[in-house]
Design a protein around this ligand. Structure first.
Ligand SMILES: [Ca+2]
Ligand SMILES: [Ca+2]
Ligand SMILES: [Ca+2]
Ligand SMILES: [Ca+2]
Length: 467
């Protein structure tokens, strides 16, 4: 960051953005990650070149660049001490806190650790739909990058920060996290990413070093066919770099670190303003240490399947990995709203993800049974041994007795006097019986039953003095 100081404050924020837009949107390539200072130098070399081009093209002075102090690149690191200026420091006003526990939005991703020895992946790779599982070097795929292999990604919001936690399979052999880590956000849910946030080579403390935020200003991420591969790329992908290692309108916009509680996890923090304070969006996690070019998103629009190669040994004619390697991403999930299932690029919605809130109808509907009998004792209570009446007509009505509900069903008692109705869903019913021979002095009245939890209801119908 120190090397940034003289540069930043010879520019206004507004002019800086112009420069950033005009300059390359790439982030340091795989070979540069080992030297963050080198990558920063190169970034600003590119910006300086853009300044010169802008001046030449416009044929005018750019007053916000100090014309009397052209600074040789090799002396930039000494400038803060040699020419201290009141504004010559990126002053962070706020720093993210602890990522909250919880799981406001998350997705899982396959680990390729188990098949790495066979130089292949076996899940999570679908080039045609912009879904990658490529935590390997390109051909011959003999180096596996556990620190690029996403297992899970979680997004939570707490206070004025979004926190993304990416759980990787492991670290580098040296214990480092070598890649760029972050997420792509689709604000208008059209399957085209709108914001890309990536933070590289995180250390143990929150830092804006190597953290960049891009926007797509002309909605061409995804090219002609959203998410689907359609090279050659005709658009410019993420074309506007709005935050670069603390440089931008807000020096505190986005941060990265390793998780203090899990050595295999990386955390990003960003302000809602990075995503237009949109509270409902679709997002997906990324790791990248290969192509690392924001303007080439979606990668399956930039590369053909043949150029990109494939990690699917024996399953793909394009095996092994070629130009598109050392990258992993997840399917996409919603934040702040419930997916309907037809949104572009989302993870498959498991059936258990949409629990039904209707407690009924019950899986095993209730039933109603009973015996029609000749009540020898006359108390209208069935006693074993009393004479069953067969051929009696038993009627079932909706609603409680006397409510005027219509007849639902009817049946006839069997030779043992028994009847039954099945398939009763919760509610009230009225059951009544008319014997085949209708001479009696007393009978069990029509009876209301209330069906709730699945069970077998019993109503017996006795007749006293059936003659
Ligand atoms: Ca993975
Ligand atoms: Ca979009
Ligand atoms: Ca496309
Ligand atoms: Ca674009």
């Amino acid at each position: 960051m120190k090397r940034n100081q003289p540069f930043v404050f010879r520019l206004s924020a507004g002019f800086l953005l112009v420069v950033l837009i005009l300059s390359s949107c790439t982030f340091p390539t795989a070979n540069q990650f080992v030297d963050q200072n080198l990558s920063i130098t190169q970034t600003f070399s590119a910006v300086d070149a853009s300044i010169a081009q802008t001046q030449a093209a416009a044929g005018e002075e750019v007053p916000l660049v100090d014309p009397v102090e052209p600074v040789p690149e090799e002396s930039e690191s000494e400038l803060p001490t040699e020419t201290p200026e009141p504004t010559a420091t990126i002053e962070h006003k706020v720093i993210p806190g602890e990522a909250p526990a919880g799981n406001q939005s998350s997705m899982t991703d396959p680990s390729s650790a188990n098949t790495a020895g066979e130089l292949r992946t076996n899940a999570g790779e679908y080039f045609a739909q912009n879904l990658y599982e490529r935590p390997f070097n390109g051909d011959p795929m003999d180096t596996y990058f556990p620190d690029l292999d996403i297992n899970r990604a979680v997004l939570n919001k707490s206070g004025n920060w979004y926190y993304e936690t990416i759980q990787l399979t492991g670290t580098s052999p040296e214990g480092d996290m070598r890649g760029y880590y972050g997420l792509e956000i689709d604000l208008d849910l059209d399957g085209r990413g709108d914001v890309l946030i990536l933070g590289g080579q995180p250390g143990n403390d929150w830092s804006t070093d190597n953290v960049r935020v891009w926007q797509d200003t002309n909605n061409d991420v995804g090219d002609n066919m959203i998410l689907a591969s359609d090279p050659p790329q005709s658009g410019n992908g993420y074309d506007k770099l709005v935050f670069d290692a603390g440089i931008g309108d807000d020096p505190d916009l986005a941060w990265v670190r390793r998780s203090p509680s899990d050595q295999n996890s990386v955390q990003l923090a960003f302000k809602p303003s990075a995503i237009n304070s949109d509270a409902e969006f679709i997002w997906g996690a990324w790791t990248d240490l290969g192509v690392t070019k924001a303007e080439w998103y979606d990668y399956n629009d930039h590369f053909t399947a043949d150029e990109a190669g494939s990690p699917l040994a024996e399953l793909s004619q394009y095996y092994p990995l070629k130009a598109l390697a050392q990258v992993d991403n997840t399917c996409r999930w919603s934040y702040g709203f419930t997916l309907e299932g037809d949104e572009p690029g989302i993870c498959a919605i498991p059936k258990t993800a949409t629990p039904t809130i209707t407690p009924s109808p019950t899986p095993n509907p209730s039933s109603l049974t009973g015996i029609v009998y000749r009540d020898g004792a006359g108390e209208l209570t069935y006693n074993p041994g009393e004479t069953p009446i067969s051929g009696a007509n038993v009627h079932l009505y909706s609603g409680s007795c006397g409510s005027g509900g219509g007849e639902i069903s009817s049946t006839t008692s069997g030779s043992d006097g028994r009847y039954s109705f099945g398939g009763l869903t919760p509610g009230s019913y009225c059951v009544d019986v008319v014997p085949a021979a209708a001479t009696y002095t007393a009978k069990t009245n029509a009876t209301t039953i209330t069906v709730g939890e699945p069970k077998t209801h019993t109503v017996n119908f006795g007749y006293f003095y059936l003659g």
